[in-house]
Design a protein around this ligand. Structure first.
Ligand SMILES: *[C@@H]1O[C@H](CO)[C@@H](O)[C@H](O)[C@H]1NC(C)=O
Ligand SMILES: *[C@@H]1O[C@H](CO)[C@@H](O)[C@H](O)[C@H]1NC(C)=O
Ligand SMILES: *[C@@H]1O[C@H](CO)[C@@H](O)[C@H](O)[C@H]1NC(C)=O
Ligand SMILES: *[C@@H]1O[C@H](CO)[C@@H](O)[C@H](O)[C@H]1NC(C)=O
Ligand SMILES: *[C@@H]1O[C@H](CO)[C@@H](O)[C@H](O)[C@H]1NC(C)=O
Ligand SMILES: CC(=O)N[C@H]1CO[C@H](CO)[C@@H](O)[C@@H]1O
Length: 486
């Protein structure tokens, strides 16, 4: 099919394909370099490349609600048909290599979820391939906190991090984004979504080794000082994952309350398997529909919690937090008249749309997602953190422990204490609405125009004028109660 496409190309198509080829050259170079560096991990890379080869298939599966995705699909099909032969070759090399090393050819080494318990000594990489996965372990849940930046996802992630029996990871996909500098548009955005998804799937299975090829520098002997935000995962900082501190080894994202040696990925993977549940937070998963294979994986019991926040607040927060990336916005705000670049507005609209499309899909509850999707508004969490935590835990089917409640009580009160007010619903709502009183109305207007349908879906009311934006007695939030719980 792909060959046929390639043969039938006319001149324009040829030019187009050249462009695509150069677009992918970098990515290919990356794959090859990684390959050279981590021959030991050839199974993983082989699997990634194998998965990438399947992209045309997967894209055909993904139902194109998103017009951007339809375009991406076309582009991907073309460019990937060119990549196809390169990947076949890579796979063949990996196959030869694995034969030389005397290990099972990667394509046949399907992994099954290892059983928990002390007898579990072997690293998954060395595990014997066995029969197709048996029934999922009773009750083990795999929670994905799916958010975007500046939506309070670190805070909500703590709800899961604090439960002693959940293995929680904070933004593990950061490593993938860093290493594979995908373009954020068109075909490569779709490609990156599939890599994210496949890595996510392995992580949920406690295959933490899948991250290693993406950590820079690549870990040696499964030991790394560069695990992103290790300190934000309790599970990576407690015994026995916290090994004795090693002098002069600098760990950038070290544990907060104690000093540990570099992360031993094997120990972390073992800890993951010992815990009853697995949760992780990701701001890099843009489209819910890509998660379908995870929802249908019999080894997983997936629960997706999509966290959303008023896009006006998100933009206001991003302009402060990512000043460099929002230079144009700041200039536009400072200099008055100048027209805001259409490109920026388009990006804003695109972000809002992808959030809305995911939420609409989730709320529609197609069969594969039934009982697996929950939508949560940050504003509701900020106003009643404990109640929302209980709902999320009930949805996930995981017991809420006293530690979690304590943490929430301590931290929501501490935040209020430090600003001189005490904990009531009314006062904490002042906290979460702070953006209203510092946001120029024209900025709010731009967001309201670009994100109107997203705001309507989530119950964020439009402010008609500058006065209503800053008038405390006008609520910009429709009450939605627990309507969202599925
Ligand atoms: C895509 O959606 C249409 C309806 O919108 C449905 O008939 C079709 O079966 C879907 N295809 C897949 C692969 O889910
Ligand atoms: C897909 O690509 C082909 C060849 O470049 C082009 O003729 C066609 O219009 C594209 N289709 C879409 C939906 O973009
Ligand atoms: C793999 O090995 C086979 C036979 O041993 C050989 O024909 C083939 O060219 C090798 N592939 C690569 C990419 O080296
Ligand atoms: C990491 O932990 C595993 C499992 O306990 C152990 O076998 C291995 O030697 C450790 N690696 C290093 C480099 O200490
Ligand atoms: C704020 O809104 C309320 C209700 O609409 C209105 O009665 C009040 O006058 C407004 N306050 C100001 C300062 O505009
Ligand atoms: C219980 C409490 O401290 N409530 C305070 C909430 O904030 C308002 C002012 O914004 C105070 O007047 C209340 O006393």
């Amino acid at each position: 099919m792909e060959k046929g496409l390639a043969v039938a190309q006319d001149c324009w198509d040829f030019a187009h394909s050249l462009r695509m080829r150069s677009k992918y050259a970098l990515f290919l170079a990356f794959v090859v370099i990684v390959f050279i560096f981590i021959e030991k991990e050839n199974k993983i890379i082989s699997r990634v490349s194998h998965r990438l080869k399947q992209i045309p298939q997967s894209l055909a599966d993904a139902n194109g609600t998103d017009p951007a995705l339809i375009l991406a699909e076309n582009a991907s099909l073309l460019s990937l048909s060119e990549l196809d032969s390169a990947f076949s070759q890579l796979q063949s090399r990996l196959h030869n290599l694995s034969l030389q090393l005397g290990v099972e050819p990667a394509s046949k080494a399907e992994r099954t979820e290892p059983e928990p318990g002390p007898e579990e000594e072997e690293a998954p990489v060395a595990a014997e391939p066995s029969q197709p996965a048996s029934a999922p372990r009773q009750q083990r849940r795999h929670v994905l906190l799916m958010a975007t930046t500046r939506t309070g996802s670190s805070f909500v992630g703590e709800f899961f991090n604090q439960q002693g029996n959940i293995f929680y990871l904070f933004e593990p996909l950061w490593h993938i984004e860093r290493t594979v500098a995908f373009e954020q548009r068109g075909s490569s955005a779709a490609g990156s979504a599939l890599v994210y998804r496949d890595v996510l799937q392995q992580l949920f299975l406690c295959d933490l080794y899948v991250l290693e090829p993406f950590i820079s520098p690549v870990p040696e002997a499964h030991l790394t000082q560069f695990m992103f935000r290790r300190g934000s995962s309790r599970s990576l900082c407690e015994d026995p994952v916290c090994t004795p501190f090693v002098k002069k080894v600098f760990e950038k994202y070290h544990c907060k309350d104690r000093r540990c040696g570099p992360l031993n990925v094997t120990l972390a993977a073992e800890a993951c398997r010992r815990k009853d549940h697995m949760a992780l937070k990701a701001v890099r998963i843009r489209q819910l529909e890509f998660l379908k294979p995870l929802a249908e994986d019999p080894r997983l019991d997936l629960r997706v919690i999509q966290l959303v926040r008023d896009p006006r607040a998100v933009l206001a927060s991003r302009i402060v937090a990512f000043a460099g990336k929002y230079e144009t916005w700041k200039k536009w705000l400072a200099e008055g008249q100048d027209q805001l670049q259409e490109e920026e507005v388009q990006r804003l609209r695109g972000n809002c749309e992808s959030i809305r499309l995911s939420a609409e899909l989730g709320l529609r509850q197609p069969a594969w997602l039934r009982g697996r999707y929950m939508l949560v508004r940050y504003e509701d969490v900020a106003r009643s953190p404990l109640q929302k935590a209980r709902e999320m835990y009930r949805f996930a089917g995981i017991p809420l422990t006293p530690q979690v409640e304590e943490w929430i009580q301590k931290n929501t009160q501490a935040a209020l204490d430090s600003s001189g007010i005490y904990s009531t619903q009314k006062n904490s709502s002042e906290q979460f609405e702070k953006w209203r009183f510092s946001m120029p109305f024209k900025l709010a207007q731009v967001v309201q125009a670009a994100c109107a349908s997203t705001m309507r879906l989530f119950g964020y009311k439009l402010a008609k004028d500058a006065a209503s934006l800053t008038n405390r007695s006008i609520s910009l939030l429709e009450e939605r109660g627990t309507f969202w719980v599925t």
